[in-house]
Design a protein around this ligand. Structure first.
Ligand SMILES: [Zn+2]
Length: 210
């Protein structure tokens, strides 16, 4: 818990909502399947296998108000790394079928407002562990994000509730394209992820993510 597991680094491909690629049949299906939508409405296509991370209603990683994703509980070696697609911007519904625990069955646009308090609770608890565990991705954070994070963590020690809400990721405009809707469900174990991408190196470095 507390390990940063995803950073939108400089190698991520960013496609603007008005890009002709979205009308290009050679590229549009790939974007629809694998890209996520950021708060500016851009599609972000991961260069590594981060793009294969699946949704789970009880996800073990979540996006934070600082943009990076964090492990919100300990993740065992071999356990699939999952995310909550409700945190991203949708303009349509997506059917879900989680294997474990209660499932929302559908991701809806309304999920963001319905779940933001719960996500904040989970991510704040994880961020408060951030300094206690190894952070191999920390150097990939933008300087301004790192500065804000350090400032907020220091302040949070004195004044609780000083961390940035994930509400900052809320989409700033109406989404133009549909993303994630056909995001492929592909089983990825933590060990498989780690073996293929240095961004997920934490997973192999320690059997249990702090
Ligand atoms: Zn579910």
């Amino acid at each position: 818990m507390g390990t940063i597991v995803y950073v939108k680094d400089a190698l991520e491909a960013v496609v603007t909502p008005d890009s002709p690629l979205l009308q290009d049949e050679r590229y549009a299906p790939t974007l629809k399947k694998y890209a996520y939508t950021d708060s500016e409405g851009n599609l972000v296509l991961s260069w590594d296998i981060g793009k294969f991370v699946n949704h789970c209603c009880q996800a073990n990683t979540l996006s934070t108000g600082y943009g990076f994703e964090i492990a919100v509980r300990d993740i065992q070696a071999g356990e699939e790394i999952t995310d909550d697609y409700g945190l991203f911007s949708f303009d349509d519904e997506m059917s879900l079928c989680c294997d474990n625990g209660p499932c929302r069955r559908v991701v809806r646009v309304e999920d963001f407002d319905d779940n933001v308090a719960r996500w904040d609770s989970l991510t704040f608890a994880a961020i408060r562990h951030l300094r206690e565990v190894d952070q191999p991705l920390l150097s990939l954070l933008d300087d301004d994000v790192l500065t804000a994070l350090q400032h907020d963590l220091d302040r949070d020690l004195r004044h609780a509730d000083s961390l940035r809400s994930v509400a900052t990721l809320r989409h700033k405009s109406e989404p133009i394209t549909r993303t994630h809707l056909a995001r492929r469900r592909m089983r990825q174990t933590a060990s498989a992820v780690a073996s293929l991408t240095p961004v997920m190196l934490t997973v192999t470095a320690v059997p249990v993510i702090g």
